[in-house]
Design a protein around this ligand. Structure first.
Ligand code: ADP
Length: 152
C-alpha cells in the first residue's frame, strides 16, 4: 500500500506548541507529514525568518524521520500534488478557523478532486496559542518560551 502522506501547510510565523501538537497527533493517521511553510501572498513580510523557522522545526522533530520541513510559494493544492500528498492536515481551534477552512477546503476539492483536507480539533490547553499572539508578546519583549516547542 502506498504511504499516506499529508501536507501541513501554514505560515508558521512562528511554529508553536499548537502546531507541534497537530503534527504529532497527525502521525497517528499518516505515515509521513510534510510541514510546508508558505510564503503568504497577503502577509508579505514575516516576523520570524523562514531560515530560522526551518532550522527550529527541524530541530524539534530531529528524531522523527517521517516529519519533513519545506518552504513553498505556490498554490498549496498543486504543491501537495507534486509531493504525492493526498491529504492536507489543518488544525481547528474555533468557529473562525472553521469558516476559513471550510471555504478553502471546498475550493481545493473543486480544483484538485483527490485532495482531502483532514482537520484535527485542537487540544483544549493549546487552543489559545496563536502565532499572532506570540509575535505580539515577543515584539514587546515578553517571554514566549512557553508557547514554543524550541528555544528561540
Ligand atoms: P495560516 O497562516 O495558513 O493560517 P498558521 O501558521 O497560522 O497558518 O496555522 C497553520 C495551521 O495550524 C492552521 O490549520 C491553524 O488552524 C492551525 N493552528 C494554529 N494554531 C493552532 C493551535 N494552537 N492549535 C491547533 N491548531 C492550530
Amino acid at each position: 500500500m502506498s504511504k499516506r502522506i499529508a501536507l501541513f501547510p501554514g505560515s508558521f510565523d512562528p511554529f508553536t506548541k499548537g502546531h507541534e501538537d497537530i503534527v504529532l497527533r497527525g502521525l497517528h493517521v499518516f505515515d509521513e507529514i510534510i510541514i510546508a511553510i508558505g510564503y503568504n501572498s497577503q502577509k508579505n513580510t514575516r516576523y520570524f525568518s523562514m531560515e530560522l523557522m526551518i532550522e527550529r522545526i527541524q530541530q524539534t522533530f530531529a528524531k522523527q524521520s517521517n516529519i519533513k520541513v519545506i518552504t513553498y510559494s505556490e498554490l498549496t493544492a498543486s504543491f501537495a500534488q507534486k509531493h504525492k500528498a493526498k491529504f492536507l492536515l489543518r488544525g481547528l481551534r474555533n468557529t473562525t478557523d472553521f469558516e476559513y477552512e471550510n471555504s478553502i477546503s471546498q475550493v481545493n476539492r473543486k480544483l484538485y478532486g483527490e485532495l482531502e483536507s483532514v482537520f484535527l480539533i485542537t487540544t483544549p490547553q493549546l487552543a489559545w496559542i496563536s502565532s499572532s499572539i506570540v509575535r505580539e508578546v515577543h515584539r514587546y519583549g515578553g517571554d514566549v518560551s512557553e508557547f514554543l516547542p524550541y528555544k528561540l
